[in-house]
Structure formats: structure tokens, C-alpha cells
Design a protein around this ligand. Structure first.
Ligand SMILES: *Cc1c(COP(=O)(O)O)cnc(C)c1O
Length: 398
């Protein structure tokens, strides 16, 4: 199992569907990555920054009250919410910043939807003294004002994208355009296991630190592997990062949870595996939400981080292989899970991560007592409390 193959493919998925002008940049990136990834110097630099700046290893926390409440399971939360900047995204941006240094480049660009990846990139760029420009749809800039301000405080330039739906997919297109024009001194830091090869592979590798730690931690505390692992799937980087180091343990059930939005039947969701079809978006072939003419559909989710029309190509591969199960929960189910975790464990999960907790709640009655479950808590919910408060005010009867 060494995927992707030389062409960057996971079975039929992945690949490199980009303009000729970007090919040299992708080839350079792949060559540099392949040459430095195993070098002790690079590995040590990355391990040091993850330890001292991010705060790794993150705890694998046994959730006693939730375990009891859900019928005597042994529930462990992998606490990516405790990473510096509040989510797993920083694991990837720091890895890519170190690669940028190796390539001798001084400027990084990124796309962002909710602003989480933009903040993680601006943070890494500030730490390493690099110029940083973040593309963001103007609609998203309005919705996520505070993250725009955060990025600017970190010294990044935030450029509004006024095209199309003025959201994430338009921001990615604009970032790719910038990269094409400025490849010589600029590296494009993509935020999830998406885009053309080598991004899905490289970002998976950087996020696999989550699963490597969890593997050691669960063996130390329980002396055995978990029975079930659950993670939310936007592009799919936190999920593949947790799952990858466990994939060869065939008895472990792995479940990826997509955003069911207002319900699959309403069409207002981002559950690619529920109604998506094969297509190409932003340089990769994978499962997409598109119409009969190949136009990308508008997606919906209460959590901005899960609201994207494509899923990482490696996930499409494991769906076909039936190695990972994919399911979805609705906005309402995720919101209830947020409250339950807050009240039971004193942890405010990100709305994205709440999707994983929500599926755990649904699955729990069918699991035998004593089973070990690891849920990836991809981020913290502080970023979401203003949105929750607004939603609550709207719902109050007058
Ligand atoms: C961005 C984000 C996600 C979704 O991205 P993946 O690549 O699927 O992990 C999930 N959780 C949090 C907290 C995020 O910020």
C-alpha cells in the first residue's frame, strides 16, 4: 500500500489536471518534497516546531462522562482543538512553510473559506518571516470578519475575490492564478488533501502526525487498538491524518462524517458521497457535487470548514475499497452534539468536529459495551460561538 502511484493517482482518482504553466511548479514541489521528507534535518525541524510552537503531542483524552452517558463505551477524543491556533490545520501549514524555505522561496499564498486555513498560514508565515497573501471570497470576508482581522494582525495581506459565488471555490481559482504568474518566488499552501498531486499526498503525510501519536497513546493506555475511529470530512485532511497510521489494522472500523446540511433530500448539503459523481475540480479527479452539465453545485453546511463541493481523492479511493465508511449528519444533529460535549465534558468543539461527535451519538446504541472509540476533535468551537449566539436569537419566539 504505497499510494499514490508515480502519477499521483489513488486508483482512478487524484492526478494533475492543471494548465501546462503550472506543471513545472508541481514537479519542483514533488521533487523537493520527496528529497527532504526523509532527511533527518527536515524531520527534526518539523518535530521541533510542532512540539514547541504548536504544543504537540496533543492529548488523547478519555471522556468519562460522555462514555458513561453513551452506554459504557470507552470514548477517547484526539485533542487537535488544543493545537496553537485551535485546529489541526497548523500541522500542514508549518510543514509547507519549511518546504518553502527548502525551495528558497520567500512568499506564500493561500486560499481560505472560513478563514481557518488563512489564519494558520498567516501564523506560519509570520513565524518564519515570509510574505503572505490570502485569497478569500468577499462573501466569506463579510461572514468571517474577525478572521480577516486576525490574518491582518499577523501581517498577511487579505485579498477579496469578487468572482462567481464569492466564496471558497472562487478563492482557490484566484490563488491558482496568482501561483501561475509568480511560481518563481511563491509557494501555494493548500489547506486540505485536495488539488493536484503532490498536495493530497503531502498534506496527508503532514497530518499523519495525528494518527501516529494516537496509535502510541492508545497502545500505552489501553494496550490495544480501538474498535472504531470517527472523524469529520471536509476536504478530508484531519480524517486521513488520523486514519492513515491505522489503515493496515483491518479490524478497525473507520468512519468519515460529511456535512448533511439541511438533509440530503433537500439538496442543501455537502455530502459528496451521498449524491456526488466523478469529476475534476481544482486540479484533481474525485467525487464532486455537480449538475448534469458539470457545473459545481452550491453546497450548504452550518460549519464553513465542511462546506466544499469536492472531497479529497484518497477518500474516494477508500470509499470504493470499502476500507473507510462514509456517512453524514445534519446541521441540527451537529448542533445538538456541540451542546452535549460542552455540557458533558467542558469542551466546546468546532462545528466541524461536532459532526464526528454527532455520528458517535447515533452509532453508540449499536456498539457493544466496552468498545474503544477514538473521535478526532479537529478544532475548538470558540470560533463558532458568535454564530451560535446569532442563530439562537433568530430562533427565539417574539
Ligand atoms: C478546516 C477544518 C475541517 C475540515 O477540513 P479537513 O481537511 O476535512 O480536515 C475540520 N475541522 C476543523 C476544525 C477545520 O478547521
Amino acid at each position: 500500500m504505497l499510494l499514490p502511484n508515480k502519477k499521483g493517482r489513488f486508483g482512478p482518482y487524484g492526478g494533475r489536471y492543471v494548465a501546462e504553466t503550472l506543471m513545472p511548479a508541481l514537479q519542483e514541489l514533488e521533487a523537493v518534497y520527496q528529497s527532504v521528507r526523509r532527511k533527518p534535518g527536515f524531520k527534526k525541524k518539523l518535530a521541533d516546531i510542532l512540539k514547541h510552537f504548536v504544543g504537540r503531542p496533543t492529548p488523547l483524552y478519555f471522556a468519562p462522562r460522555l462514555s458513561e452517558h453513551l452506554g459504557g463505551l470507552k470514548i477517547y477524543l484526539k485533542r487537535e482543538d488544543l493545537c496553537h491556533t485551535g485546529a489541526h490545520k497548523i500541522n500542514n501549514t508549518l510543514g509547507q512553510i519549511l518546504l518553502t524555505q527548502e525551495m528558497g522561496k520567500k512568499r506564500v499564498i493561500a486560499e481560505t473559506g472560513a478563514g481557518q486555513h488563512g489564519v494558520a498560514t498567516a501564523t506560519a508565515a509570520a513565524r518564519f518571516g515570509m510574505d503572505c497573501e490570502v485569497y478569500m471570497g468577499t462573501e466569506d470576508m463579510k461572514r468571517q470578519e474577525l478572521n480577516v482581522f486576525r490574518m491582518r494582525l499577523l501581517g498577511a495581506k487579505v485579498s477579496g475575490v469578487d468572482a462567481g459565488s464569492k466564496t471558497l471555490k472562487d478563492a482557490i481559482s484566484e490563488a491558482l492564478r496568482d501561483w501561475t504568474a509568480n511560481v518563481r518566488d511563491t509557494h501555494y499552501i493548500l489547506g486540505s488533501v485536495l488539488g493536484p498531486h503532490p498536495y493530497p499526498m503531502m498534506i496527508r503525510d503532514f497530518q499523519s502526525v495525528i494518527g501516529q501519536e494516537a496509535r502510541q497513546q492508545i497502545l500505552r493506555t489501553e494496550g490495544r487498538f480501538p474498535d472504531v475511529m470517527i472523524a469529520c470530512v471536509g476536504g478530508g485532511s484531519n480524517a486521513i491524518g488520523l486514519f492513515t497510521p491505522f489503515l493496515s489494522e483491518s479490524e478497525i472500523r473507520m468512519i468519515g462524517v460529511e456535512a448533511g446540511g439541511l438533509g440530503i433530500e433537500t439538496g442543501k448539503h455537502a455530502a459528496r458521497f451521498a449524491s456526488g459523481t466523478l469529476g475534476v475540480l481544482h486540479g484533481t479527479m474525485t467525487t464532486l457535487l455537480q449538475d448534469a452539465y458539470g457545473q459545481i453545485q452550491n453546497t450548504h453546511s452550518v460549519s464553513a470548514g465542511l462546506d466544499y463541493a469536492a472531497v479529497g481523492p484518497e477518500h474516494s479511493y477508500y470509499r470504493d475499497k470499502q476500507r473507510i465508511e462514509y456517512t453524514s449528519v445534519t446541521d441540527d444533529e451537529a448542533l445538538s452534539a456541540f451542546r452535549l460535549l460542552a455540557e458533558m465534558e467542558g469542551i466546546l468543539p468546532a462545528l466541524e468536529s461536532s459532526h464526528a461527535v454527532a455520528y458517535l451519538i447515533k452509532l453508540a446504541p449499536s456498539l457493544p459495551k466496552g468498545q474503544i472509540v477514538i473521535v478526532n476533535l479537529s478544532g475548538r468551537g470558540d470560533k463558532d460561538v458568535a454564530q451560535l449566539s446569532r442563530m439562537e436569537q433568530q430562533n427565539e419566539p417574539d
